[in-house]
Design a protein around this ligand. Structure first.
Ligand code: ZN
Length: 614
């Protein structure tokens, strides 16, 4: 057993070492996927809510529709269309064991676009995930594959680009692949946080020190020796990195902690698995960030964290101060190009500064690496041994509920300020008989930092559901169907001047699970980028004439709403712009300007008025 553990540790550190730099034959393998010089708005390993950034965000000059090219030869292995996350994306598989991913795209090239449209109509779904065989869409290095865009979870035009180890599906740091970008600027270190590791990191506010850059590296200014009453400490840093030639504040690549010049622990953001990316919540000081503070990256591994970004050289990064001597702490921080910044300071234990330990309360706690359960008469919350990163105090409150559609009391376990790895499982018993007609309409609602809802399973009198966060839980009957906006007025609506149809279905619990529109009883493709509006742009699927349109919206509980309209489309020539209104738009008085800019908004569904004179 001992030997196996040693071997496993050795293998782990070996593979980590192997991965730190890709093999030479891969290093200059890829080209810039855009036709403009590469500049980043985000790098690999940058800190984001609940995940590390898994690729590069490549700037597109704040514009959409720049051509995107295959970074190397291979074949299109996957195309996906999602309302959130990557939006419209392509994965290309290359013969060297790597794949590349291109996300937030607009139109694919015409061949791919035609294929995807046909598949959408075949599957009767706008959102699709399509896999391809090598012979279907082969590409050469530099083949045009799509136009860049801002689809999915993107908040501004850019190209999201990932490099994937095809077999393991791990994401590799693209900055280790010699893309044409210069970087000779070392990371910037802002603040140091010091933790008392005689207790949980969640049970304290660390001490913060501003850092200052000097000729001999970063120091804690005006503090020649950091004297502390603590005997067990750990550190975290606030840092960012910038590349040469502009760009924004991005994430650092690695950091290594030394105690009296002896390396203790490091973290390296050279590769991350999507299964591991939520472990960022143990890498950062989660509660400090949750409460509005900045991201601090721990230079110690929390006891319940199993993510392999940390490399233990001598322990887990918790430093014991064994005596009252002065000890040297150093932290090396690197970017992917190898530029290094270093913090040096002296720490010394001083007994006179030791705080009298507060007596341990007998209150319930969740501990890492074991099964944790809260069990009450009509409530149960279960955690797996992997759920908790560090010891969490448990607060439980129960409140009876008088809401007419409530089936249970409300049960609160903590709030979302403590991170949970994976899912926690909640079971609740009803506090009143459930009417038969409600049985299919039951959902469990979790609230704290927003709401999440799940359809419940019923087993042995318990309603169960799984969630990703703590909060307040309750079983409710959702008896309200979604709402669908009107297409227009009249028996046969005239849509001749419209360029598109927009629906914004809404639900009382915020989630419309299914939305389907049929034109003359045939499924019609409405796009749903960013989950809110469903949009159909008139195309050859809707020829001139009179048509029937039916929209059906269904929520998670299965409540459904259906609306049907008749509409007519015939040839339409927009009226020529009146001379007077042209004058108005050039009139610089505030009032006229307002009406001029407002007008297109109100007629968003109509074809834009002819403006070709410009
Ligand atoms: Zn991105």
């Amino acid at each position: 057993m001992q030997l196996r553990l040693v071997l496993l540790t050795w293998l782990c550190s070996f593979s980590l070492y192997m991965m730190a730099q890709p093999p030479a034959n891969q290093k200059n393998y890829f080209r810039n996927p855009l036709g403009i010089p590469m500049q980043l708005s985000a790098n690999f390993g940058e800190l984001r809510p609940n995940h590390w950034h898994m690729g590069l965000d490549i700037r597109t000059e704040a514009r959409e529709n720049l051509p995107v090219y295959a970074a190397a030869e291979g074949y299109v292995a996957k195309i996906g269309i999602r309302a959130q996350s990557f939006g419209r994306f392509i994965i290309i598989r290359h013969p060297n064991g790597l794949s590349t991913l291109y996300a937030h795209l607009n139109d694919f090239n015409s061949e791919l676009e035609a294929y995807v449209t046909a598949q959408q109509y075949k599957q009767e779904s706008w959102a699709v995930e399509l896999d391809f065989t090598p012979d279907q869409f082969p590409v050469s290095k530099g083949s045009f594959i799509a136009y860049s865009g801002n689809t999915g979870g993107s908040k501004g035009p850019h190209l999201h680009f990932e490099i994937i180890d095809t077999e393991s599906d791990k994401r590799l740091n693209p900055l280790l692949f010699n893309f044409p970008m210069n970087d000779d600027i070392p990371p910037v270190l802002l603040r140091l946080a010091v933790y008392d590791r005689s207790k949980a990191t969640y049970a304290q506010t660390p001490l913060f020190y501003l850092l200052k850059n000097t000729d001999s590296g970063y120091i804690i200014p005006k503090l020649p020796v950091l004297k502390t009453g603590l005997t067990q400490v750990s550190f975290a840093i606030q840092a960012h990195d910038r590349m040469s030639g502009g760009g924004s504040d991005n994430g650092i690549f690695s950091a290594k902690l030394y105690f009296d010049d002896q390396p203790q622990l490091s973290f390296v953001l050279d590769s991350i698995d999507y299964d591991e990316t939520a472990d960022i919540n143990s890498h950062i000081d989660y509660r400090y960030d949750y409460n509005g503070g900045a991201y601090f990256q721990h230079l110690s591994q929390l006891p319940g964290d199993h993510c392999p970004i940390y490399k233990h050289i001598s322990g887990d990064g918790v430093i014991n101060l064994p005596d009252t001597n002065q000890h040297l702490i150093s932290i090396d921080v690197k970017d992917a190009a190898g530029n290094t910044s270093q913090i040096n300071f002296t720490i010394q234990h001083d007994d006179s500064l030791a705080l009298i330990p507060t007596p341990q309360s007998g209150a319930m706690k969740f501990a890492p690496n074991r099964v944790n359960i809260v069990e009450k008469e009509d409530f149960k919350l279960e955690l797996t041994p992997r759920s908790i990163y560090d010891t969490v105090p448990v607060l439980y409150y129960r409140n009876s509920s008088t809401n007419y559609n409530a089936v249970s009391a409300t049960h609160q376990v903590n709030d979302a300020s403590y991170p949970v790895h994976g899912d926690l499982r909640v079971s609740i018993k009803a506090t009143k008989p459930v009417p038969a007609e409600w049985k299919d309409k039951l959902i469990m609602l979790r609230s704290s930092k927003g709401n999440t809802m799940r359809k419940v399973q019923l087993k042995d009198g318990w309603f169960t559901a799984s969630f990703g966060d703590f909060g307040t839980f309750q079983v409710l009957a959702d008896l309200t169907a979604p709402q669908i906006n009107e297409l227009g007025k009249g028996d046969t609506i005239n849509l001749s001047s419209a360029s598109r149809i927009v629906f914004t279905p809404a639900d009382n619990f915020g989630i419309v699970k299914n939305f389907r529109v049929e034109l003359d009883s045939q499924w019609l493709r409405f796009t749903n980028d960013k989950s809110r509006n469903w949009i159909y742009k008139f195309d050859e699927r809707c020829p001139y004439g009179v048509h029937q349109l039916t929209a059906i919206a269904t929520d998670m509980a299965g409540n459904s709403a259906t609306k049907t309209w008749w509409f007519r489309r015939s040839e339409y020539t927009p009226p020529p712009p009146k001379k007077k209104s042209v004058k108005k738009t050039t009139n610089k008085s505030a009032g006229a300007k307002k009406t001029a800019t407002k007008k297109p908004k109100a007629t968003a569904v109509k074809k834009p008025a002819v403006k070709k004179k410009k």
